[in-house]
Design a protein around this ligand. Structure first.
Ligand code: PMP
Length: 299
């Protein structure tokens, strides 16, 4: 991991090497933490954070889902993020806020365990590259929507992602596609899924996925700028054979074209997915005036 000068911990910036926790930290044992992944882009008008308000809102929603009393306000977290990017002298970066139950006692319920918060801003490390991804339908089912709170970005959910993506990698694939309890397509390990069929963008409903901020942004751009119809619906894996294009999306990945899912091959030139990817690339760099409100300047 590329390091930076400072990490923000519980209200102050500390040197990277000093940002440590006790091994008896509750979250380390039980996955009782929530986090965000946010991007800051190097735009012509200086560093800008993409959809910061939406990410901070989701961070607080996730804390609420785990019954955390936030030790900081949304404004304090927002300022801490922007100040940290400045202190680390970064033009672009990946931003990782994490709220976790700390060190007090063992046992799954984190009753009376203090909530701690950290923020790291690290150089961006691409998740899925530009090559069309080879995807494997996972033998692991996406977490049952009644087993957790799917709209919350809870650390414990990511053992399910880790198992699925490890399995896919070990079988020589780039990414996993997880099905839900009804056998419909849910999402990738840390990415949402779309397919394009008959000029319509189709994505699973919010029932068993993390409803991504990139997903929502792309749905709006497709509808309002590209004039493409968008539908949220159940997608059975058998429907993949009729799709023209498929792609994953997420903060780290942006838009990643899918070349194949198991035996089903897709058009790798993916004209509509690549057009949407290009448009998204312009929006995050502040080149589309109607969407400047999605960007928060660091300075
Ligand atoms: N699903 C999961 C499970 C994720 O971890 C992520 C990444 N946050 C996404 C989808 C995409 O969400 P976003 O567009 O908000 O990054």
């Amino acid at each position: 991991m590329q390091t930076t000068t400072f990490i923000w911990m519980d209200g102050k910036q500390v040197p990277w090497a000093e940002a440590q926790v006790h091994v008896m930290t509750h979250a380390l044992h039980y996955g009782t933490a929530v986090f965000e992944g946010i991007r800051c882009y190097d735009t012509a008008n200086g560093p800008m954070v993409f959809r910061l308000t939406e990410h901070v809102d989701r961070f607080f929603y996730s804390m609420g889902a785990l019954s955390m009393t936030p030790p900081f306000t949304k404004e304090e977290i927002t300022h801490a993020i922007l100040n940290l990017i400045r202190s680390n002298e970064l033009k672009s970066c990946y931003i990782r806020p994490l709220a976790y139950y700390g060190y007090k006692r063992l046992g799954p319920p984190p009753t009376d365990v203090p909530v701690q918060v950290m923020i790291a801003t690290i150089p961006y490390d691409p998740y899925l590259g530009d090559k069309a991804a080879r995807v494997k339908i996972s033998s692991f089912m996406r977490i049952h929507p009644k087993s957790s709170i799917m709209g919350a970005k809870i650390s414990g959910h990511y053992t399910n992602s880790a198992l699925a993506v490890l399995e896919a990698h070990q079988a020589g694939y780039d990414e996993a596609l997880l099905l839900d309890d009804r056998g419909n397509i849910a999402e990738g390990g840390a990415v949402n899924f779309f397919m394009i069929k008959n000029n319509t963008l189709i994505t699973p409903t919010e029932r068993s996925i993390l409803p991504g901020i990139t997903r929502l942004s792309l749905m709006e751009l497709a509808r309002d700028i590209m004039g493409i119809k968008v539908e949220e619906q159940d997608i059975s894996p058998t429907e993949l054979a009729d799709a023209d294009e498929a792609f994953f999306c997420g903060t780290a990945t942006e838009v990643a074209v899918i070349g194949s899912i198991d035996e089903v091959m897709f058009d790798e030139t993916a004209p509509q997915a690549r057009a949407l990817k290009a448009l998204y690339g312009e929006v995050v760099l502040g080149q589309v005036s109607d969407y400047l409100s999605w960007l928060t300047p660091v300075k």
